[in-house]
Design a protein around this ligand. Structure first.
Ligand SMILES: Cc1cc2nc3c(=O)[nH]c(=O)nc-3n(C[C@H](O)[C@H](O)[C@H](O)COP(=O)(O)OP(=O)(O)OC[C@H]3O[C@@H](n4cnc5c(N)ncnc54)[C@H](O)[C@@H]3O)c2cc1C
Length: 426
């Protein structure tokens, strides 16, 4: 992890190019010392874990980089609970767990850090194992006012209850989490069916997927072409027979290929042929994530809407993709959280990038994101706040659509535990 001339070596290019005011590695009581920790000093503090978003570093702001001193991973072999530092990336977690034949429902990329877990965490395995937040057993860290917190599921008192629920989905607004204890899962083989499809085929596949059992999920991406992944966790002979019955329905799509992977860690999403611009060092980008329920009879209208969106894209970097949740993510038996849109079964996201110094192209690209979002709202009215956009005009609306009827409780948490407003603003 290099730090040259106050630049941060992170995957997100906007953040990588940001000229930092200062970089801090340590989070302990001394950080919150009155002389150091004030709005005058920071305005606000950016926090970096995996560094995959445009909000972990900004021109003229201080970044707290958790990757150096909060990167430990430890699995308790008796309980199969894993403890990770607040700066651990999901790829390192999976590599570590693989040695013990365990796994964790990470998302479609190994790059994101603890931000993936704290903002919800939607995995191709979520339909079976819930969201990442549903697998949190305990956390340690600091509230924005400097108070140390250590909370453990099933040992939460009344005063701590709202904090615990807020950490699960809205932690970045009022806390800095240095340690997370997570349930792990048995590492099983995964069957992936993938390939390029056309719009008609996508229509049929979405229809089939809305009937999938919990161990199968669909993810698709519509960039220059459409690529789909159907992801099926294989568990035992009896269940696998049922799985095969569903997967056989896909045999009629000639371009799709099947492959069995030994475990989740062996899968790499997004083939090179898609030519995605995600990590192109010459481009800056933004992404907005939505949430909504099954499309059912609206699939044909949705597909027409997608066609229109893609026809209007201002450059080839732009894409819309979607991942499937539902089944276990709808259940509340993991306890209440600030991921409020539990009915959701789809999480689409809209991505656009532009040449990094071209302000005009930036404006056009963001305009396309907002127009596309507005077209997709009828199908996906809510937001998954996986990226904080307090530097964009859409921030307020995104926050409102992400936290819904818990917005006032979040404001209360923010007022009490981050009274100076040093962590990302609401
Ligand atoms: C290629 C790619 C694929 C993705 N796939 C998925 C997916 O399948 N499912 C899904 O749900 N999401 C997915 N995401 C979204 C990603 O999980 C979120 O954007 C997440 O917030 C990124 O976390 P990070 O730690 O990498 O980012 P960072 O930029 O380091 O952090 C993001 C924000 O979280 C806050 N934060 C991070 N760590 C802490 C901490 N320890 N304490 C307090 N605040 C903290 C910071 O304030 C920061 O603003 C994907 C992102 C990328 C780039």
């Amino acid at each position: 992890m290099k730090n040259n001339n106050n630049l941060l070596e992170v995957p997100n290019i906007n953040s990588k190019d940001a000229k930092l005011k200062k970089l801090i590695y340590d989070v302990d009581e001394s950080l919150f010392n009155e002389d150091n920790y004030s709005y005058e000093k920071f305005e606000h503090l950016c926090v970096c874990s995996g560094g995959t978003t445009s909000s972990c570093a900004k021109n003229g702001f201080t970044t707290l980089d958790l990757r150096k001193n909060h990167s430990k991973i430890h699995l308790d072999r008796k309980t199969n609970l894993v403890t990770i530092g607040g700066g651990v990336i999901m790829g390192d977690l999976l590599n570590y767990l693989q040695k013990h034949n365990r796994s964790f429902p990470i998302g479609l990329s190994k790059l994101p850090g603890a931000g993936y877990i704290l903002t919800g965490g939607v995995s191709p395995l979520s339909r079976t194992y819930g969201l990442a937040i549903d697998n949190i057993e305990s956390i340690k860290g600091f509230l924005g006012n400097g108070t140390f917190i250590s909370l453990k599921k099933n040992q939460i008192n009344n005063e701590e209850q709202l904090i615990w629920e807020g950490i699960k989905g809205a932690a970045p607004f009022f806390s800095i989490i240095t340690e997370i204890e997570l349930k792990t899962i048995q590492s099983n083989s995964i069957k992936v069916i993938e390939g390029f499809v056309n719009l008609n085929e996508l229509t049929e596949i979405i229809k089939l997927s809305e009937e999938f059992p919990e161990n199968i999920s669909l993810q698709w991406i519509y960039a220059q072409k459409i690529y789909i992944y159907i992801f099926a966790e294989l568990k035992n002979n009896l269940e696998d027979k049922k799985t095969e019955k569903y997967l056989m329905l896909l045999d009629k799509f000639p371009s799709l290929e099947k492959q069995i992977y030994e475990n989740f860690n062996k899968i790499n999403f997004y083939p090179k042929e898609l030519n995605l611009y995600e990590l192109n060092a010459n481009n800056h980008s933004e992404v907005i994530s939505l949430l909504g329920e099954d499309l059912k009879n609206d699939i044909p209208i949705f597909i027409r809407c997608m066609d229109e969106i893609m026809e209007n894209k201002p450059n080839n970097s732009c894409y819309v993709a979607s991942q499937q949740l539902g089944c276990k993510t709808k259940k509340l038996n993991h306890g209440s959280s600030f991921f409020v849109h539990r009915k959701s079964t789809w999480k689409p996201w809209i991505y656009a990038s532009w040449k990094k110094n071209d302000l005009q192209e930036k404006e056009v690209a963001l305009e396309w994101i907002y127009k596309s979002w507005s077209k997709l709202k009828r199908f996906y009215p809510n937001i998954h706040l996986a990226q904080l956009h307090n530097h964009l005009d859409s921030h307020e609306e995104e926050i409102r659509l992400a936290f819904g009827n818990r917005m006032n409780e979040l404001k209360t948490l923010k007022n009490i535990f981050d009274p100076q407003g040093i962590l990302p603003p609401l």
